[in-house]
Write a protein that binds this ligand. Structure first.
Ligand SMILES: [Zn+2]
Length: 143
């Protein structure tokens, strides 16, 4: 198991703070504008979706230490020092035959992040970020 790519993002607590500020900002924004035109409504909707995603990410990072982003954008992981990393964890599937090796990626599921095999959706296992090599706590180690 290892990660294809990794880079630090923000501490999870900061994600929560941003989502809180955006919620307040969008609330005030709607209050100030008596006539919401379509672009503004769309903008507010997009802001709402981003707020929800950020909130979900903060929530998952606290619960699981991991948040799988939609559209295969990657996986947010929380390091020991509380910093958040955008990673792409990969692993060899333990159920696939040796002559047809399967690559596992992390996907979201109702019970939290899961390893899912690219060859068969029946090959899956609970994902635990702590089983992966530790994320460097010193950001200067990132190459
Ligand atoms: Zn497999």
């Amino acid at each position: 198991m290892d990660r294809d790519a990794k880079r630090p993002v923000w501490p999870a607590d900061r994600i929560s703070a941003i989502s809180g500020i955006m919620t307040i900002a969008s609330f005030l924004g709607i209050g100030w504008l008596p006539d919401l035109t379509a672009p503004l409504a769309l903008f507010a909707m997009a802001l709402g979706i981003v707020t929800l995603l950020a909130f979900a990410a903060g929530n998952d990072l606290r619960t699981y230490g991991t948040h799988v982003l939609p559209l295969r954008w990657g996986t947010l992981e929380r390091a020991q020092d509380g910093s958040t990393w955008l990673t792409d964890p990969v692993a060899a599937c333990p159920w696939c035959p040796k002559d047809r090796p399967g690559v596992m990626h992390v996907e979201r599921s109702p019970s939290g992040p899961q390893w899912v095999c690219a060859n068969s959706p029946n090959h899956h296992d609970g994902f635990d970020g702590t089983q992966l090599p530790t994320l460097p706590t010193d950001k200067s180690e990132v190459s």
